[in-house]
Design a protein around this ligand. Structure first.
Ligand code: PDD
Length: 409
């Protein structure tokens, strides 16, 4: 599609100042991705030849294929003689594997349906996880704590020396725009918690942008901003009523996670493998253990234990993300007079707690009733967890409109 094509073209244009012309009516199809597709004079076909010659990238447009090798292969053919790769680019012929996702996407401020959203394969977010992100959600389609999320986005970007291309005001405006555009996108889910019905979440992703291949961040031309608004898929109501299982991952002697835990970056493989392990054991979330065997946080959540009526949670200093929901919960605990002890949380300490819960934007306050093979307390959501979640529901709002289901568990 046009966005991906133009990003790629812009990269070549700006970095190499090479002549680029587009002559859709003149082009010859030398690299058919879909050989039987008809082509009209007004189609967006554009033949581009891109290659490394004498150590420099060359870029030719609209030249006929003279090398027979080029026409031989059904996909992109390489000419053996000049190492030139002949590409034929068409928005309709890019057979990108995109899952059927119901949502709206904005790419650098251009809003498109989710199924049509594409970014360049040269984007460093795709190649290296060289990106930062946030996940925000709505209540009654109003964004919850967007300011805090945008502040954390700025902090994450600073921590990886990525300079954000938009001001906070622009992010604010564009996020509201995709939320507005994604209205009515969802079919009601009968198992959903009532406060999630009809709501959406927005993933804000800023990558360092596209450029020539290589780890050097200086190769990036300009950051890419992607906003993905999808119907909110939180835990089902049953998860709040019955609690969920969590599975420990890592610990002494295990490989350590990479990156800066305080920055919300696209580098995720450790977390992906942690969740894979948790799911393999029937658990909903993975608990990340440090080298001393203490629980630091969940793969995408913060962790709390309840003991003797007080909350225990690892301090930011152990290397965790400063969760927005965690901060709201600490504030609620203060208002309710519930003591909080921020200190390292050994796995054994969590296992022997009276109650436990996870916090995150999408989960809110989710009771954990089993860690590994062990039940927590009576293996049912406890009174302190319920009290905190009820207060959170009250603070967050949503689900209070007439005609909507009750907002509490
Ligand atoms: N994850 N810790 C980690 C490692 C996280 O990825 C997240 C959020 C949290 C909770 O932060 P918050 O309360 O601000 O959502 C803690 C998001 C939701 C995600 O990756 O989907």
């Amino acid at each position: 599609m046009a966005v991906a094509t133009s990003i790629f073209r812009n990269v070549l244009d700006r970095r190499h100042s090479l002549p680029v012309r587009h002559a859709p009516g003149r082009v010859r199809r030398i690299c058919p991705l879909r050989p039987s597709a008809p082509r009209s004079k007004t189609s967006s076909w554009a033949e581009q030849s891109v290659g490394l010659q004498n150590g420099h990238w060359s870029h030719r447009v609209g030249e006929p294929a003279s090398d027979p090798l080029v026409t031989r292969t059904p996909h992109c053919g390489h000419s053996a003689s000049d190492s030139t790769c002949h590409l034929l680019v068409s928005s309709s012929d890019l057979e990108v594997k995109i899952p059927t996702v119901n949502g709206i996407v904005s790419i650098d401020g251009m809003v498109v349906p989710a199924g049509e959203a594409r970014v360049s394969v040269f984007d460093r977010g795709f190649l290296y996880g060289d990106s930062v992100y946030e996940v925000v959600r709505t209540y009654d389609l109003a964004l919850f704590e967007l300011g805090l999320h945008l502040a954390r986005l700025a902090s994450s970007a600073e921590r990886i020396a990525l300079s954000l291309p938009w001001t906070a005001d622009r992010f604010d405006r564009e996020v509201r725009r995709v939320v507005e555009a994604s209205r009515e996108a969802d079919a009601p889910d009968p198992a959903a918690a009532p406060w999630n019905l009809g709501e959406c979440s927005v993933r804000i992703v800023v990558t360092r942008g596209s450029g020539e291949l290589g780890l050097d961040p200086g190769l990036a031309v300009e950051p890419t901003v992607v906003l993905i608004a999808v119907p909110l898929r939180g835990p089902p109501l049953a998860a709040y009523r019955e609690g969920v299982a969590a599975w420990p991952f890592g610990g002494p002697g295990a490989p350590r996670r990479g990156g800066d835990p305080a920055a919300k970056t696209g580098e995720h493989l450790f977390h992906v493998l942690a969740v894979r392990e948790a799911r393999a054991h029937g658990a909903q979330e993975a608990l990340l253990l440090d080298g001393a065997g203490s629980v630091t946080e969940g793969a995408s959540s913060n962790v709390f234990a309840v003991r003797g009526g007080a909350l225990e949670t690892p301090p930011l200093g152990v290397g965790i993300l400063a969760g927005v929901t965690r901060a709201v919960v600490l504030d609620i605990a203060g208002r309710l007079g519930i003591p909080v002890r921020e200190r390292p949380l050994p796995l054994a300490g969590l296992e022997s707690a009276d109650e436990a819960f996870l916090t995150s934007t999408v989960r809110e306050v989710l009771p954990v009733v089993r860690v590994g093979d062990r039940p927590i307390g009576p293996a049912a959501p406890g009174p302190v967890t319920r009290r905190i979640h009820a207060a959170f529901r009250e603070a967050a709002g949503g689900g209070h409109k007439p005609g909507k289901a009750p907002a509490s568990v």
